[in-house]
Design a protein. Sequence first.
Length: 117
Amino acid sequence: MECDGEESRIIIRARVTDIPGDSCRRPITLGEIFCTKILGRPFNTEVTASKFDAVHIPYGFIYDLNVACNLEEQELLARIPHHVYQASLVDNQWIFVKRDAWLPNAKGYCAMFCWGG
């Protein structure tokens, strides 16, 4: 995938009841599933690392991947690639379908959330 290793913002819409485990941990669980299945790497929430991953939970799930520094809103919108997915659990397998048509609205809405949590 094009965002592997680069800073990027991933927006995922999914039914929370499809996400396994404790309800308070579901945002992290979905991030782990996405990073493992799509990026082939672990979801890293260790803020002390040189690059880390962050999650916002209002509209679907917003994941900031490979956060290396703080960014202002305009820089976030201009510099950071954004990707939108619809996630579904089918026969106990996660399916992530890219939804480019949803990107303009999702990107505008998600700009209110600071980069890196």
